[in-house]
Ligand binder design. Structure first.
Ligand SMILES: Nc1ncnc2c1ncn2[C@@H]1O[C@H](COP(=O)(O)OP(=O)(O)O)[C@@H](O)[C@H]1O
Ligand SMILES: [Mg+2]
Length: 358
């Protein structure tokens, strides 16, 4: 059977690497630019590309930046259950907002640095009385380290916060975790850590983002870290994602789940063909998805063909024989409401018997 995939993205280098790798597995891989997508919703959500309605794919891989969040989210909702989506709607809902993500992960007891959600009224008190310095202030939808501010003192933190408040930006205050400018980028594919690197911030820089000049080093992560990373990926419904983790003295702390992680850094550092691993995994999952869909559809058909009452009760049992005759369990008499002597049609096939009122 021909397997058809669609990749919707901003066509970054990492996306193109994944598309190329997917072409080695799928029969067809369409490569569409997110900026040319339109979504309309009325009774249902319709997605079109250059004005043409989209659909009929076995797999749809959606990627993009938080600027397109509503579009990404809407597409994921529209295609969920119709095609296999490596990144599903919950992930889009959560991953572009660090506040939502931390609240969600906290509900699931994922270890993380302490976070304060403050208002302009309470922020000063928190900065004066609650936190230790340095402290971190983050913009909830920053990426590549750009929305992360390190404040060494109350004076620095309170003036930064005034600027953020004046710009009417949402923010969160986060406990600083001492790691010597290092963090872990743990790349998850499905239920496994596919690759991991330690990132070391460049001299004089506290953020360990590659875009902020950090250098990566291949590492193997502890079982605890690996379990946490896979759990976060599973919880947020992202089969492909990178989890940023700080290794604190109290164990691994999750700071971020990245659903559009760059591939070049981790590929160069770990010498693993991550794009191929992603493509292979996505191909396998697409096959499983197609099988599952077929099963659900045939069960649905069966349900539509049979009257409700007959389908309503199912039991798994061993057949009882009286001589050469089959004896049905008592529940069959009760649920079918058949009376003794009633006229019935017995439809018989190999491996199947159906008794119906005449
Ligand atoms: N609470 C923290 N304590 C110490 N360092 C942090 C903390 N939060 C973030 N960092 C550093 O800043 C970098 C960027 O933070 P992160 O939350 O991942 O935002 P981004 O989305 O911009 O990558 C991290 O990779 C890490 O090096
Ligand atoms: Mg990060």
């Amino acid at each position: 059977m021909v397997k058809k995939a669609l990749f919707i993205s901003l066509r970054s280098r990492s996306s193109l690497m994944t598309i190329d790798a997917m072409k080695r597995f799928f029969d067809i891989v369409d490569d569409f630019d997110l900026r040319r997508i339109e979504v309309t919703t009325k009774e249902s959500i319709k997605v079109s590309y250059d004005g043409k309605l989209l659909g009929g794919y076995d797999c749809i891989f959606i990627k993009g930046s938080f600027r397109y969040l509503s579009l990404l989210h809407a597409m994921a909702v529209a295609f969920e259950n119709k095609s296999y989506l490596p990144i599903r709607s919950k992930a889009f809902y959560l991953a572009h907002d660090k506040i939502l993500m931390h609240l969600f992960l906290a509900q699931h007891k994922i270890p993380m640095p302490k976070i304060y959600l403050a208002t302009p009224v309470t922020a000063k008190r928190i900065l004066e009385n609650e936190v230790h310095y340095p402290v971190i202030i983050k913009l909830p939808n920053g990426t590549q380290g750009r929305g992360v501010i390190f404040a060494e003192s109350y004076a620095a933190a309170s003036s930064m916060l005034d600027a953020i408040i004046a710009l009417k930006q949402p923010f969160l205050i986060q406990e600083y975790v001492e790691t010597g400018g290092k963090d872990l980028r743990v790349f998850v594919i499905g239920n496994k850590v596919a690759a991991a690197m330690q990132r070391i911030a460049k001299k004089g820089e506290a953020r360990a983002n590659i875009h902020a000049g950090a250098k990566g080093k291949k590492v193997s992560v502890s079982e605890e870290t690996s379990e946490i990373a896979v759990k976060v990926a599973n919880l947020i419904d992202a089969d492909i994602c990178a989890i940023d983790i700080l290794e604190s003295s109290k164990g691994p702390l999750v700071i971020e789940a990245n659903i559009s992680p760059g591939l070049r850094g981790i590929t160069a550092v770990t010498k693993k063909d991550i794009a191929r691993d992603i493509a292979h995994f996505v191909y396998k999952k697409t096959g499983e998805f197609i099988e599952m869909k077929k099963k659900i559809e045939s069960e649905k058909l069966l349900r539509e063909e049979l009257p409700k009452a007959e389908f309503g009760k199912q039991i798994i049992t061993n057949l009882d024989f009286r001589g050469k005759r089959i004896l049905l369990p008592e529940i069959a008499t009760k649920a079918s409401k058949f009376k003794e002597g009633e006229e019935v049609v017995v439809k018989i096939d190999e491996g199947k018997i159906c008794v119906e009122k005449f």
